[in-house]
Design a protein around this ligand. Sequence first.
Ligand code: GPP
Ligand code: MG
Length: 282
Amino acid sequence: MTIVPTQSTYQSRVADYWNAEENPVNLELGKLDDLYHHHYGVGPADRSVLDEPDPVLRRERITAELHRLEHAQAELLAAHLGPLSPDDRVFDAGCGRGGGSVVAHLRYGCHADGVTISAKQARFASEQARKRGIDDRVRYHHRNMLDTGFPTGAYTASWNNESTMYVELDLLFAEHARLLRRGGRYVVVTGCYNDTYGRASREVSLINAHYICDIHPRSEYFRAMARHRLVPVHVQDLTADTIPYWELRREAEHLVTGIEDTFLTAYKNGSFQYLLIAADRV
Ligand code: GPP
Ligand code: MG
């Protein structure tokens, strides 16, 4: 079978974005312990880092605190994948620079396959796994998460960590349902727009433009899961838990990308939610 990583002009533009992306907020945080995340943080923030008088140390302490919050998000997601054994195989859909698969492997000893549409991210993540000496168990592939070419029913767990807004949910969940064995676990953490607000707000539209994505409404996740043998077992609204991350990130002059206030407005005006859904493949 021929693997075609990008399947449309849109997907090629998304790949271009991630091939060019070098935001300090991702690279400076990842550098701290070689866990490169492409998602936001959760939990209470230690804002005392902002009071550090030494300017160099202040920047370092803010960077470390943001990384701690992003790592807590990755651990929260990973906790919902289990229990898993070292014989189990997991699938990381939209793996970015690879942090999430390493977190899952360190926690469970499992095999992991991560896929990204960005050739540069796949190379970067593979190099990280090689340096850690886990490249026999944690592998990254330049492939399309909608058509991975991986074997049917081979996976015990799979996830999307902030990557569903780039794809049609029906196509995505069909692929997860195919890859997961019966009784397997699927977990998604995502930003979604809130159906009770109405349609997408101005802020949601600005976030879409910033990342070249298309944020889905909350309702669409449950409809699409129901169509693809994915039955929710746990739903958690993480909106309040992610606000401290954004409140701290907006103060980090050395790391801001310019989207911080838009996220805070979107969360606070009720138009946008940060959600975790864990589902069983039946
Ligand atoms: C996080 O990645 C963001 C995305 C993958 C896309 C949009 C997500 C939503 C929840 C809407 P990142 O860590 O590369 O972003 P940033 O550079 O802003 O930290
Ligand atoms: Mg980031």
